[in-house]
Ligand binder design. Structure first.
Ligand code: GDP
Length: 197
């Protein structure tokens, strides 16, 4: 699954551009700069994956990557950077809301959260959306190498406590560092399981 390249397949700005629902999809969401590209690169062992989320024209697209011919990784638009959170989420929801509601092949959304900062208001807004769409989502804490060792367990516990109040949230999270490679094996295992189901 992770042996080959994770090639860019297409970017969809409109729903009719989405590929056929013939294989499972794992979508990645998170605030701009959360470490989404680095996470995908760490998962796939790549160093050169296009920074699609920051490529002009691709920012508001759903960007599809091929995972071993068996699944898609879908890079969702980053949110919550520069603009007022409320407007960002509104712009984000236009394309994404319908996708989340109607995409039967969507196995799970990985919601990336910067481990240094924890959940922000805008992440809560996005979780509201995911809950409303009944999309199963799982939090991936990123940049955990930047969190002092003695604080990591508390960061994980606090995040899980917040998620426990949410109907669609998966009750486990992944604590990762793309820099150190922590949590990458675990993330791959979760993806492999989702794809086999
Ligand atoms: P994206 O905008 O969500 O795709 O984020 P990027 O993957 O481009 O990462 C944003 C910034 O965070 C870059 O400067 C990365 O080098 C840094 N970064 C990403 N992942 C990690 C990590 O695990 N640890 C550390 N220390 N920095 C990271």
């Amino acid at each position: 699954l992770f042996a080959g390249p994770c090639d860019f397949v297409l970017g969809a700005a409109r729903l009719e551009q989405l590929p056929a629902m013939d294989r499972p999809e794992i979508a990645l969401a998170g605030r701009s700069n959360v470490g989404k590209s680095s996470f995908v690169n760490a998962l796939t062992g790549r160093k050169t994956l296009a920074k699609t989320s920051n490529t002009p024209g691709r920012t508001q697209q759903l960007n599809y990557f091929d995972l071993g011919g068996k699944a898609y990784v879908v890079d969702m638009p980053g949110y919550g950077y520069a603009q007022a959170p409320v407007e960002q989420v509104r712009a984000w929801t236009g394309l994404v809301k319908t996708y989340l509601r109607g995409r039967r092949s969507l196995a799970r959304v990985f919601l990336l959260i910067d481990g240094r900062h924890g959940l922000k208001t805008v992440d809560g807004d996005v979780m509201d959306l995911l809950d409303a769409a009944a999309s199963s989502y799982q939090v991936v804490l990123t940049k955990m190498d930047q969190v002092p060792k003695g604080e990591r367990d508390a960061r994980v516990a606090d995040t899980l406590a917040a998620l426990a109040r949410r109907p669609a949230a998966y009750p486990e999270l992944l604590a990762t560092s793309s820099r150190d490679g922590d949590g990458v094996v675990e993330a791959r295992a979760v993806m492999a399981r989702l794809i086999d189901e």
